[in-house]
Ligand binder design. Sequence first.
Ligand SMILES: [Zn+2]
Length: 690
Amino acid sequence: MPPSLKIISTRRSFLNRLGLLGLASSLPNSWFLSASGLPVLPNTQTLANKASVVRNRAPLAPSAFYFLPLGSVRPTGWLKEQLGIQASGLSGHLDETWADVGPNSGWLGGKGESWERGPYFLDGLVPLAYLLDDARLKSKAMKYIDWTLDHQAPNGMIGPTSNDDWWPRIVMLKALTQYQEFTGDSRVIPVMDRYLRYQLAELPQRPLRDWSKFRWQDELLSVIWLYNRTGSAYLLDLANLLRKQGYDWMAQFANFQYTRRITAEYIKLEKGEGLKDLALATHGVNNGQAVKTGPVWSQISASFANRAAASKMISELNKYHGLPNGMFSCDEHLAGLDPSQGSELCTVVEYMFSLEQSLAITGDPTLGDRLEQLAFNALPGAFSDDMWTHQYNQEPNQVECSLHHKPWTTDGPESNLFGLEPNFGCCTANFHQGWPKFVTSLFMLSGAQDATTQDGLVAAIYAPCEVRTILRGISVHVVEETDYPFSGSVRFTVSPTTPVNFPLQLRIPAWAAGTTIRVNGEAVSTPLPASFARLERTWKNGDRVEMRFPMVPRITKWFNDSIAIERGPLVFSLGIGEDWVKLRDRGMTADWQVFPTTPWNYALIVNADSPAESLSVTETKPVGNPFTRKGTPIQLSVKARKIDNWRAEDGAAGPPPQSPIVSDEPEETITLIPYAAAKLRVTAFPQCKA
Ligand SMILES: [Zn+2]
């Protein structure tokens, strides 16, 4: 038994005698009760044991699931390689080549960029550095962390003195909470406490405005995080004030008005009204962040309707702006259903973060389906294979990435180049959080609001990883081995140090009818799609759980009755031949245009009633980065015919012609590869008339 476990069991028995175990279970195990019964901070070394989950403290409504302390889930297999690619790419070197987060950053005490870019970078760099246990990246992150923690103003304000905007500080709080969980640094909680007390006193005179008004729910996460650790009642007052001053996203989606493509004229962009409510309410990144509003607020309100608001928002966005890569269009405002419209990379990572938080609070398995869709398609789709360049906007039907005028609602001509900071540098600073936060969301803790109900583990989303945590006082190690999403086979090995009873819940995606589960080789009853399968038993060292998802290709319907091919959480695209042409060098990286070298204007010949019969699947073992054309372990073949009059204009594919469609062109066999592997692609295809 490691030393930390001894502390817990001793403390548990002590508290049990006092009848305080219910209270104890709501505290991190590294906290101790002072003589007055109030928690006091222990030393950093003890905090770093990371053994206990922090649950919602009364009067907050309990969450369905809780995140395990950061560092409990570690990536393995292809996922670890992906984080390694990120660390070797722009994420691991951004400060060396981009002045906005370089030595002159305002968040390092310099006179340079002093707004959101430093905090954005840190929000992804911190989890990346600690998940990889990479000393080089940790020391980069520490410069910002140390400066921020050591330069708090006497009144409590944090950050550069050149601006007092609440928004960049909302991002910095997210970075600080993660850093505290990974390290237990005892400076974090007092700094956050002083800052939030200051903000509560200041907000009546200097209310939320612009971005912070529309992104208040992200601050609420940090307020709740701190409340669960200190129990200070003023934090609930602050939560209520943020809600009062913040934009009412739940009202927007209860009666959703923005059902059309938003134009620059509509939001009066030319008249300088880009920060007015109309522009901000239809802004893609804001909407991506807003998806979490209902669930996050439901922790305060205890309202079931608030909790369900995330699904409502997603379904409205999907209905009017949905794209087959799982995103909604936002280039940079909501842009309708045409698959030649783009989605901003900031929105991809913020939408993912919203889904991670919402899944934990609500326990709604379908949020996990969408999260996987974004993580396995839209996220890697926006990066070059080495993660040294990214796009601002990506399109499902992306037949050219060039300086041509594109159909963006408000963005500039560079928006879908692969580069350092195409169009605008927000995504350059913000993309780093995508993969690392996905890793920390793979497993969660279920149940156990008090000591009488049972803790359990939840496999919330699937990718290769391992988990080390403590359940009922017993150290538990779970190894998840899988090539998912490329293969449907997922194998868990559960190894407690001594046998222990707990439920293991496994998310069954909505597409996964017919999933089978075996425990130590024995089949268990067939789980329902869009649910969590619950395996409750006494687990002993080396127990095996094997899941097999039905990876049968299926079709989904999109704009003009076009079709997309999906298999598991992956979306498939025609990989158009690519000619990468360097536009200019950009420090350690470069900006690139990509031009098509092969035809793309195909309609698919697919039996809609039984799509799998029309597609043949080739699977190989993944080697290297599986989200690349070279490394993809899976390909689909399908029959198709060209559609002569489906063309591109200014580098953008025209809308797919209405399906079904007749073509006299000869039948060909074309190859589809995962969306992310095809940087030039068609994803929404017309369907040939039978
Ligand atoms: Zn961005």
